[in-house]
Design a protein around this ligand. Structure first.
Ligand code: GRF
Length: 197
């Protein structure tokens, strides 16, 4: 059984889909901890509701990057993290953590990477750019986190069609429905591959 530590900055609907997949038995893992950078994030309420150990770690509240990184790493060690799951986490993961958890950090991005990825493409900005481009399809991607934003190996993608009348909200809703299936399914598949290593 793998231990997941989930990171989120927002509402945490993807976090919820992971909680639900574990409950219904389709994802064979335990969430040993939850980290947010925002004390007011609704995702933190979800962690509390399900008695998932949680902490607010805001990089801006540390005197130095070194202090921040060592707090983060010792928390991950306390929770025996096997995999770090970025479910709408808006802070950059420090290089030291990326190296320490090499191939063990997964992120979900609301576009068909490599399209509409990289610095500046987050949240509704992604959907705005997709609509502005006139693309007729979009979707979501789960990938391994590396040092370069949104560039790590792709583990899974799911597509939605974009119609000319779609607003940013319409597209965001359609993509989120796919995210909620893709993320837990991809984590489960990835866990299976880790077992065979
Ligand atoms: C999702 O669209 C995800 O792809 C992106 O951030 C959003 C988080 O949504 N990385 P939620 O907080 O899981 O509802």
């Amino acid at each position: 059984m793998k231990n997941l530590v989930v990171f989120a900055s927002g509402s945490g609907s993807n976090f919820q889909s992971i909680i639900d997949a574990i409950k219904d038995g389709s994802l064979n893992a335990i969430i040993t901890g939850f980290i947010t950078n925002k004390a007011e994030a609704y995702s933190l309420e979800r962690a509390k509701k399900y008695d998932i150990p949680n902490v607010v770690i805001n990089p801006n509240n540390f005197d130095s990057e070194r202090e921040y990184v060592s707090t983060l790493v010792s928390q991950l060690q306390d929770w025996n993290a096997d995999l770090l799951i970025l479910a709408g986490y808006l802070k950059k993961i420090p290089s030291e953590v990326i190296n320490k958890y090499d191939q063990r950090i997964l992120n979900i991005h609301p576009s068909l990477l490599p399209k509409f990825g990289g610095k500046g493409f987050y949240g509704i900005k992604v959907h705005e750019a997709v609509i502005a481009s006139g693309d007729t399809e979009s979707g979501c991607t789960v990938h391994i986190v590396t040092e370069e934003y949104d560039k790590g190996p792709i583990l899974g993608q799911s597509k939605v069609s974009v119609s000319p009348s779609d607003t940013v909200e319409d597209l965001s809703k359609k993509v989120l429905i796919e995210e909620h299936k893709l993320f837990p399914d991809t984590i489960q598949t990835y866990i299976q591959t880790l077992k065979n290593k």
